[in-house]
Design a protein around this ligand. Structure first.
Ligand SMILES: *[C@@H]1O[C@H](CO)[C@@H](O)[C@H](O)[C@H]1NC(C)=O
Ligand SMILES: *[C@@H]1O[C@H](CO)[C@@H](O)[C@H](O)[C@H]1NC(C)=O
Length: 293
């Protein structure tokens, strides 16, 4: 199962081929090689942040003094957001590498990838979550089907009016649908920045907080590439963020092939889903649980 085709693997006729070509063209026109500084800046921990000379690879370090983080210069309302990340190798227990979109508002919207470090050979756990107008509690956790510290992999979010798709190397691992129809708030009014941070989360990240950071292994380093951004930049003067490629009907749902991959992930790698939490966390599961794929 390691050899899923690149890109999105659409198989349904000429419209889909056109769209894929369009995406490729889009990608090429945008320039494959935006350097870090064009779209991003350091958020905190500047002594723990390093950029390669060509500006194409960023390294975040966690040591006893601090972690580090960076964020996009712009805020975006909808789009396709990809980051290539190579996680901390070896003992990463207690450490959280977060890659997310977030609005800096009080009732905030947020779309999260959180990589929860682990003891050697136990494997990272990838937690995803969605906050809509300040309410989260929508955690899912999966194991990855490869070692995310051995090489860079693509972690992406395609966010439009209809759905938010989280993917790992083009394999969808989660879909959050627009379920306003059943009263679930959707993320569509608050522009968000792209943020990544590396920090000590030993209180909760590994085995429920039982496994702590082993500082004798510090410094811990996570690396990033692919700083181009294909999103609608939100600013007061801009016209509304509609009419982009991600607004095409093709992207309002998953293709059959994507759905198949999503089911494969859920069946083989998902070990926690808030929708199926039997611990009594929710007296009734949230309404979207009956509807999401
Ligand atoms: C990054 O891109 C900007 C704008 O194109 C350019 O001014 C700058 O020199 C580049 N930095 C590196 C390290 O290549
Ligand atoms: C990640 O995406 C880039 C650009 O789309 C592609 O060249 C690369 O092969 C992808 N890597 C993986 C591991 O899928």
């Amino acid at each position: 199962m390691k050899n899923f085709p690149r890109l999105l693997g659409f198989k349904r006729g000429p419209l889909h081929i056109c769209s894929v070509l369009f995406m490729i063209l889009n990608f090429l026109l945008q320039g494959e090689s935006s350097n870090f500084s064009e779209n991003f800046g350091i958020l905190w921990g500047k002594d723990q942040f390093k950029l390669s000379n060509d500006g194409q690879t960023a390294h975040l370090t966690l040591d006893r003094a601090s972690g580090s983080g960076f964020s996009s210069r712009n805020e975006y309302l909808f789009g396709s957001f990809n980051m290539r990340i190579k996680l901390i190798a070896g003992n990463s227990a207690g450490i959280v590498t977060a890659y997310y979109l977030s609005s800096a508002t009080s009732a905030h919207d947020e779309i999260d990838f959180e990589f929860l470090g682990n003891l050697p050979r136990k494997g990272y756990h990838l937690q995803t979550n969605v906050f809509a107008t300040g309410v989260g509690n929508r955690e899912q956790r999966i194991r990855l089907w490869f070692d995310p510290s051995a090489d860079f992999h693509n972690y992406s979010i395609v966010w439009n009016q209809n759905q938010i798709v989280f993917s790992v190397d083009s394999v969808p691992i989660r879909v959050f649908k627009n379920n306003e129809g059943v009263g679930v708030p959707y993320l569509k009014n608050q522009p968000m920045k792209i943020i990544s941070t590396l920090w000590n989360g030993e209180d909760w990240a590994t085995d429920g907080g039982r496994v702590k950071v082993d500082w004798s292994k510090a410094p811990f380093v996570a690396s990033y590439q692919a700083f181009e951004v294909d999103g609608c930049v939100a600013s007061a003067s801009s016209e509304s963020c509609t009419g982009h490629w991600w607004d095409q009907s093709l992207f309002s749902g998953l293709s059959r092939d994507q759905l198949k991959k999503l089911r494969w992930v859920k069946r083989k790698y998902m070990f926690y889903d808030y929708c199926k939490d039997k611990s009594g966390r929710f007296s009734t599961p949230p309404p979207e649980c009956a509807i999401n794929p």
